[in-house]
Each structure stands twice: as structure tokens, then as C-alpha cells.
Ligand binder design. Sequence first.
Ligand code: 0RA
Length: 607
Amino acid sequence: MYIGNTDVAGLHHLVNEVVDNCIDEALAGFCNRIEVTVHKDNSVTVLDNGRGIPADIMPKFNKSALEIVMTVLHAGGKFENKAYTVSGGLHGVGVSVVNALSKFLDVESYRNGKIYGQKYERGVPVSEVMTLGETNNTGTKVHFVPDTEIFKDINFNFATITSRLRESAFLNKGLKIIAVDERIETDNIKEFCYEGGIKDFVKYLNENKKVLHNVIYAEKFKDEIVVEVALQYNDGYSENIISFANNIHTVDGGSHEAGFKTALNRVINKYAKETKLLKEGENLDGEDIREGLTVVISIKIKNPEFEGQTKTRLGNTNVRGITDKVVYDYIEDYFEKHPNDTKIIVTKAANAMKARDAARKARELVRRKGIFDRASLPGKLADCASNDVEKCEVYIVEGDSAGGSAKLARNKEFQAILPLKGKILNVEKARLDKILENNEIVAMITAIGTGISEDFNISKLRYNKIISMTDADVDGSHIRTLMLTFFYRYMKPLVEQGHIFIALPPLYRVKKGKTEQYFYDDAELKKFLDENGNVGITLQRYKGLGEMNPEQLWSTTMNMNNRKIVKVTIGDAVEADRIFTLLMGEEVEPRRDFIQKHALEVVNLDI
Ligand code: 0RA
């Protein structure tokens, strides 16, 4: 109930939960090192050098404080000590929950020169609190094995763990966080420590982009609130705002983000007017001002109020004015001292305004012509018969010939086919007015029905599943990435709400006597060949979808009962943004490095 769900996200939440306790120690100024180890058996150890958990007997419970902290929900708060100026509060449901969801857990506390320890099974103590020895250190070590009766899959994803730890290291200047994956042999230790804090976070987010100036960083303690802002423009078109309150990612923004935006609007408009980049009566709006902006906002506050369905929007109203003032004053002063940067930033916003005008005209034109209307569904779309959106799906298929096969193969009631000719435009490198001149993109937008960007409306979605089906070769992967980039940048809710899928056609067909079998990767094929000798077998390697006849395409890739499709999810928005920029952006060097580094991991790559 507290963990939210018991799927993969919930599993990883166990680690976050323990780490958040260590970070509370760091926030209180007692801990500067946290180590997280994933062991071979998918158990996890979290070790910190904080104060340790007290082990003295609490008269009220007649039990050791250590046992209470580990077994009573929210017990941590009972010790609340003035030194804990701020604490997460949202996720801080306590290590007792992790304990309850663990098959085994053992804790050690290093405190008062002693090592105290206790063991539990499914949250219930199976030993006394014991004194295990002596130590000169202080800190806490928690080792737990997730309960397989609760979590179907306890296979931790190291990348999921490290990306959250990296974020925590950015948010806590100077805190060293080490992650170790004992399940793999090489490159299995990651160390995160950033003296620059969120300033380094912004550098990281902009790493593969062409930046226009150095990071601008403000930090101020005002009215009991710590406001920290780091920002930097790049030459791209998307805005990337990430905000936190007490280290909790406020995905839905809130008063700190609102205050930041107002301040930036005011100060940039002021300079645009002063430098005569704007005519009388002209105004840059928020979108112009934030084009190509990367910003991290982090505030720390005593009593955070988290609102909204997912509790990821900061509510505290006084934060708005405070953030506004801190940001306005700092940037105004910065602009006075850095006229070159000011000119670059204000010019960028003014250009965005002109482009926005062009994009608006382009959008009006397509709207007037009714290009996105149902009536103008692209001619090459073979629509499905049913109007039941829940059951309908569209296959977006690479190439006319595969499109032709798919049209013959499909279930006409529920499956629509949209063939695309060649490569679609790389939206990472173009503004909206150019994007809307691309026929393939317009065809996708019309077929899907929702519109894009600010006009996006999920209630107009025409298919529950949008399935990208491309060849299993380099070009196919490229086209798939182009499609995903488009969905990610212009129809993000489709990705967030799980409507985007990738079809996985088989790579091989094996015939043995009269029976046929399909294989989707090399490991599967090898296993089969090892088990069946190499005698009397014909092996066919599929490269293009076009090599399959409609029956084969149906039975391997489109039959709703046995096909393989994968849902595209944004596990981690920060990493998703970086990867899209890396793969589709301007910088060649980092892209080459990435491809070289990951080439070995790409099983299906066929050059
Ligand atoms: C209760 C009270 C105090 C610290 C902790 C719990 C604590 C819990 C965890 C979990 C992982 N690492 C931890 N570190 C500390 C406060 C102790 C004091 O006031 O000295």
C-alpha cells in the first residue's frame, strides 16, 4: 500500500527508501558517504557513515530504539531532532516498510563505539538486538532480500538504481555515493560525487548539446527557505526544467517553478526592451524565453506541501514569491556583469519569437487546410473497421512493400496500417514550421488524431496501441528512433501513458522436416541448434519485413495472440532526454562514443 505497487518500480523503491534515510542523515550534516551494493542473489546492502540508529531501550515501548525504527511505521519521525532541518517527508515512509517487504533483513548500527545488530524475516524480529562488537566508526548498514511472495521479479536494474543515485549526488553537493553491482564482472562500480551540486547537474544534462554560455548558478537562504537554481541555454529547441523540493522530484512543478518562470520572463523582457531587440508593444512569452533552456531548481523548506494526485507538485504558496525574488535579483545582477551572455540569451529568445510566429502560421495553415482532420486521413492509411479505440491499433510500417504485406496480413477489424516512405524528419534538428512540412509526420499526426504539443488532446486518440514496425537492421533501428524521438518530443503523453509499442519481428526461421519455428534473437536460436544438432535443418535469416509473406508476417509479428511487442516507457526522463539528444542531436563525437561503447550490447544490430 505504501510502496505504491509491487512491480519493477516498487522493487526499486525499496532501495530508494533506505537510501533516503541515509540522505536525511547527510542533509542533517552527519553523513558524507553512502554505498549501495547489489549482490549476486539480488539482495542489497546500503551502508552510510551517519550517526547510526540509537540502540538504547525506549521506556515507552520497553524495546530498543533500533527495533522500533525497524518495525514501527513512521517511527523515524518520533526521534525527530532539531538537527533534521528538512527531510523528504513524501517517500520517507521508513525503513520499516522495506523490512516488512523483505524476506530477510539484517541491520547493523555503528554508534557509541559499538556495533549493534538485529535480524528480521518479513519484518518480524528473529533475533534480539545484539552487541556484535566494537568500532571506531559511526553509521548504519541495512542488508535486505526482497520478498518474492510480494515482488514477482526481484531482478534489480542497475541503471535504474544508479540514475537515481546520481540525481541524489547532484542534489547533495559533496556527498559521495558509490554503487556496486556484484552480479556483473566488469565496469560494475559507479561513483558519484559533485562538488558543484546542481550546477554540475545542468552541465550533465547539457553534456551532448552546444551550450551558449557558462552555467548561471544562484543560491540563497531567504525566509527560512533555501533556493538553489542553475541554468544554461543550449542551441536546441526543447526546454528542460527539473525541479525538486527537499530532494523530491516535483514532476508536476508547483510554486517554486512558477516563481522561477515569472522572474525569468520579467528579467529577459526587461533586457530585450533595453537592448531594443523588441519593438514597442512586443513581448517575449514564456515559451520563447525557455526555448533551449536547461534548468534545475532545488528548494529546501521546513514543511513542504505536496499536492496533486501523485503528490509531485509543490503547494507552499510563499515559495513562489521568494523564488521569484531570488531568481530575478540574481539574473539581473548577472546580466549587468555579463553583457555578452545577456545578448546571446535575449537574442535567442527573440529568434524563438519569430520562429514561433512562423510555426503558428504553419499550424494555422495546416488547420485551415484541415490536414489534421479525420476527413483528410492519409490515403495510404488502411484504417480498421472498428470504432472501439480501446481495441484498435495502428502499425506504422517502414516502407511501402512491407506496408503492402501488412495490409494483407492484418486483422481488418482492429488493426490499421500506415506505411511510411523512407526516413521521417529528425525532429531534434528542426523547428515546428519545418516539421509540419514533412508528409510522413503529418500522416502520423493525422492518423493518430491527438494533435501535437500544446494542441495535444488525448481524448482524440484513434488507436490504443501505436506500434512501430521496422526492419531488424540498422536503417530500421534508425527509423524507429526517429519515430520515437517525434513521439517523445511532440506527443509525450502517448509515451507516458503507455500507448507506444515496438513490434519485434523474428530474426530467423528454422525449418526441420515439416515443422517451422521462428527465433527472435541469437541466444534462442543457438539454444535450439545446440539441442537439435545441425542436421536436416534449413535456416533463414530475415532482414527486411518485406522478406516475409503476409501469412508469415501475421503469424510472427501481428497476430495479437502470440506476437511479440514491447511497450516503450520512460523509465527515467533525465536519461531519455540525454539519449535522444545524443542519438539525434548535432554533436557527432559523443554519438560515436555512445555507439562504440554500446555496440557490443546491441544484440540485434546487423551491419
Ligand atoms: C532514527 C533516529 C536517528 C537516526 C536514524 C533513525 C537513522 C536511520 C537510518 C537508516 C539508514 N541510515 C540511517 N541513519 C540514521 C537519529 C539519531 C540521533 O539523533 O543521533
